[in-house]
Design a protein around this ligand. Structure first.
Ligand code: NDP
Ligand SMILES: O=C(O)C1=N[C@H](C(=O)O)C[C@H](O)C1
Length: 266
């Protein structure tokens, strides 16, 4: 098996730390470098919690991508920086695997044309957990039969984007099969703005943020006399790592943009 050389952006974050451990412990993966907005010029192994995990730390993108020979960039940062990281990686011939959420449709289109231009794969995965991918697929199946749908996503209170990337992706998948419908009473009025949540093609998305939570989503489907609830819970960040590994392996085999791991698990 050929070794895949990987750069991780955001190594000190909750997801980044797990990803560093994954790469460190995977036989055919090699941590080539990390992109961190602090600690430029140091070695990762010198930071607390990363003992024995050797990798040069870079802050400057051009310096990192031009100095290090890498195949894949795993980005686990913020939407503000994730897009710039992915674009720059492609320019340097490095395939992005992006877990960072909060990308706009314009961002996805831009990356799609860049991947085409460069003939390089890129995977944008709003959720790496296999259970979450199945939850989205099951929700899409149910969306064919139920038009009244409320998505409730629940996350830790340090999350920057709302709604979550998973909730947006779920609503997009459902929209592919559900007739657009405005839900609730036609004359309903919010007496407190936001009470009915965000509106996506008539579906409602509610974002809960509480300390103690990790990543949870339930999709509720209502119909006269019945309720179907499809729910997934991630209790820790390790739950995402088999998906990260799969995405890194798959991105090496493709030359297009893939948005959503449901497109590679079959
Ligand atoms: N696809 C999936 O399955 C999952 C996706 N996510 C997404 O991943 C992203 C990260 O989540 P999480 O780990 O919880 O967030 P954290 O806030 O814990 O980590 C983000 C890290 O990115 C770093 N960072 C920010 N800007 C830069 C930059 N310009 N260059 C390098 N590093 C940078 C931050 O550094 P600093 O400490 O200096 O601020 C921080 O360490 C989010 O968008 C989240 O929604 C999360 C879980 C699962
Ligand atoms: O920020 C998080 O934690 C998560 N973000 C992703 C999202 O926005 O959907 C994936 C997962 O829900 C955890």
């Amino acid at each position: 098996m050929e070794t895949i050389k990987i750069i991780i952006a955001g190594p000190r974050g909750r997801m980044g730390l797990e990803a560093v451990k994954l790469v460190h412990n995977t036989e055919n993966f090699e941590l080539a470098a990390v992109l961190d907005r602090r600690n430029n010029g140091m070695n990762l192994s010198g930071l607390a919690g990363f003992e024995g995990m050797e990798a040069p730390i870079y802050t400057d993108l051009d310096e990192c991508f031009s100095s290090v020979k890498a195949d894949v960039l795993i980005d686990l940062t913020t939407p503000e920086f994730g897009m710039a990281h992915a674009e720059k990686a492609l320019e340097y011939g490095i395939r992005p695997v992006v877990g960072t959420t909060g990308f706009t449709n314009e961002d996805l289109l831009r990356l799609e044309s860049l991947t085409e231009e460069k003939g390089l794969g890129c995977i944008i995965a709003p959720n790496f957990a296999i259970g979450a991918i199945l939850m989205m697929k099951f929700a899409q199946m149910a969306g064919k039969y139920f038009k009244d749908i409320e998505i409730i996503e629940m996350h830790h209170d340090q999350k920057l984007d709302a709604p979550s990337g998973t909730a947006v992706k779920t609503a997009q998948l459902i929209s592919e099969v559900r007739e657009d419908k405005t839900q609730g009473h036609p004359s309903e009025k919010e007496t407190i703005p936001g009470a009915r949540g965000a509106d996506m093609n008539g579906m409602r998305i509610h974002s809960v943020r509480l300390p103690g939570l990790v990543a949870h989503q339930q999709v509720m489907f209502g119909m006269e006399g019945q309720l179907l609830t499809i729910r997934h819970d991630s209790f820790n960040r390790a739950s995402f790592m088999s998906g990260v590994r799969l995405a890194v392996e798959e991105v090496m085999k493709i030359d297009v943009l893939v948005y959503g791991l449901e497109n590679v698990i079959e």
